[in-house]
Design a protein around this ligand. Structure first.
Ligand code: HEM
Length: 447
């Protein structure tokens, strides 16, 4: 595959924008308030502007047309691998998102075996069981912090549904390795300094790799239905299976891709439900026919309103706010010339708050996704929390499934409340998460 070197600053100096501080560029401003930085640069330079970040020079393209150009990528002019390599390449080499073109297509087709309707229906029992085990303790906890509890639950869920193992205390080492690897994917400092996250993450990755590799022979011959076992057995149209290295690289990437995104999205969903008790009642009414039982696959239709609430949380706090690419050849957008090698960033989070597309965009209003308003259909790229085009999130249906069955069990058991005067201020990057862990009051429901 063609490897296009990154364009140096002088190659994109003709584009509007600025360098920011020496060496740091806009890194500090971005870390402290990325939305304000975007607004500031947009007010000054328009919807196409140049920015710099710790020595990397990139061009930000704003708006739904930019999302379409880059994500749909009809001309196959953008590389996801070279876009993500900077932040994810060391910890997650060869993950699906770090592959391009024919190589990506072949790997994605094989991986689909783990995401068929039948496979998803199989995962449901494991998800429901982990949720049912976790929730009673949440109800008893004093000073519950929702975010770390949910993180533990999504981790246990990943162990059972993805790996087909239970991560009990005896599996501490694996648990630690997993947490370290996932945490490191969000680390700000991208140099493996001992004691810092990336260094721990690389060690974690090595342990995960060792664990996965040792299990592959048994999984290839076995009949287990977890994601890992599916990947070990899946083949393409020519009967070719993934090699051991490929299975390992895909699994480590999948564990990361599935974990923080879902945790982030369900945390903001829980916050908005607690802040809007009328929506808790509406969801309980909508799923009244299921009673308090965990939802089965055939019940998911009754949880359509749950999806609207989840979508509204994804819109307001988009877990992947920015999507990077590198241009493989020269591209034109709105009269601007982007040379081959340009780092490009498109911004779903910006478009998800665009007042031209959404009425009162900063307001929590899940009815906007209902059939009578359908604001998300005002443009095919108005709502892209899972991306679009060849790299559309392969776990999108998995994420909706988990969100629906989790919200159903949570609301069947508890009324969600906030302390009076509580203000939700999630950190926005690298992924939206509440620094205070989101203190929630869970009042058991009668009956
Ligand atoms: C709310 C939860 C999630 C969100 C918001 C999300 C978001 C995204 C986005 C925006 C992309 C596209 C990135 C790009 O174009 O460069 C993506 C890709 C991907 N996601 Fe997700 N994701 C979520 C959950 C999951 C889950 C649960 C899994 C696995 C079970 C998963 C696995 C992947 C994989 C493998 C890719 C790469 C796809 C490819 O390159 O073909 N994600 N995700």
């Amino acid at each position: 595959m063609q490897v296009e070197p990154a364009a140096p600053l002088r190659a994109i100096a003709h584009l509007p924008g600025e360098r920011g501080l020496p060496l740091l560029g806009h890194a500090l401003e971005f870390a402290s308030d990325p939305r304000r930085l975007t607004e500031r640069l947009r007010a000054r330079y328009g919807d196409v502007f140049r920015t710099s970040f710790l020595g990397t020079h990139a061009v930000v393209l704003l708006g739904e047309d930019a999302l379409e150009l880059v994500l749909r990528d009809r001309a196959q002019a953008f590389s996801a691998r070279l876009g993500w390599d900077l932040s994810l390449g060391r910890l997650f080499p060869n993950g699906l998102m770090l592959r391009d073109l024919d190589d990506h297509r072949r790997h994605r087709r094989i991986m689909q075996a783990a995401f068929t309707t039948a496979a998803l229906a199989d995962y449901l029992d494991g998800m429901n069981a982990r949720i049912a085990e976790a929730l009673p303790a949440w109800g008893r906890a004093r000073d519950l912090r929702f975010y770390p509890r949910l993180k533990q639950l999504t981790l246990d869920n990943a162990a059972s549904v993805f790996l087909g193992v239970a991560l009990g205390p005896e599996a501490d080492r694996l648990n630690r390795a997993f947490v370290d690897t996932v945490e490191a994917s969000l680390a700000f400092v991208r140099v493996p300094v001992p004691g810092l996250a990336l260094h721990r993450g690389l060690r974690g990755r090595a342990s995960l790799v060792e664990f996965l590799r040792a299990q592959i022979p048994a999984r290839r011959g076995g009949a287990q239905t977890d994601v890992f076992s599916h990947l070990c057995r899946a083949t393409d149209d020519d009967g070719r299976a993934f090699s051991d290295d490929e299975v390992v690289d895909h699994m480590v990437f999948l564990l990361m891709a599935a974990h923080d995104t879902v945790t982030s999205a369900l945390t903001s969903t829980a916050y908005y439900l607690a802040a809007h008790p009328e929506w808790q009642d509406r969801l309980r009414d909508a799923s009244a026919s299921l009673g308090a039982e965990p939802a089965r696959y055939e019940d998911l239709g009754a949880l359509a309103l749950h999806q609207q609430v989840f979508d509204e949380a994804l819109r307001l706090h988009t877990p992947v706010p920015y999507i990077p690419r590198r241009a493989l050849r020269e591209v034109a957008f709105r009269g601007h010339r982007l040379p081959a090698g340009t780092h490009v960033s498109v911004v779903p989070d910006f478009t998800h708050h665009d007042p031209r597309l959404w009425s009162q965009p900063w307001r929590f209003d899940p009815d906007r996704f209902g059939p009578s308003r359908a604001e998300h259909e005002r443009h095919p790229y108005a709502f892209v929390p899972f991306g679009a085009g060849a790299h559309t999130c392969i776990g999108k249906r998995f994420a909706y499934l988990l969100a629906k069955v989790f919200l159903h069990q949570l609301l069947s058991r508890f009324h969600l409340r906030l302390a009076p005067g509580y203000v939700y201020r999630p950190e926005q990057v690298p992924i939206p998460k509440p620094l205070d862990g989101l203190p929630l009051i869970l009042e058991p429901r009668a009956g």
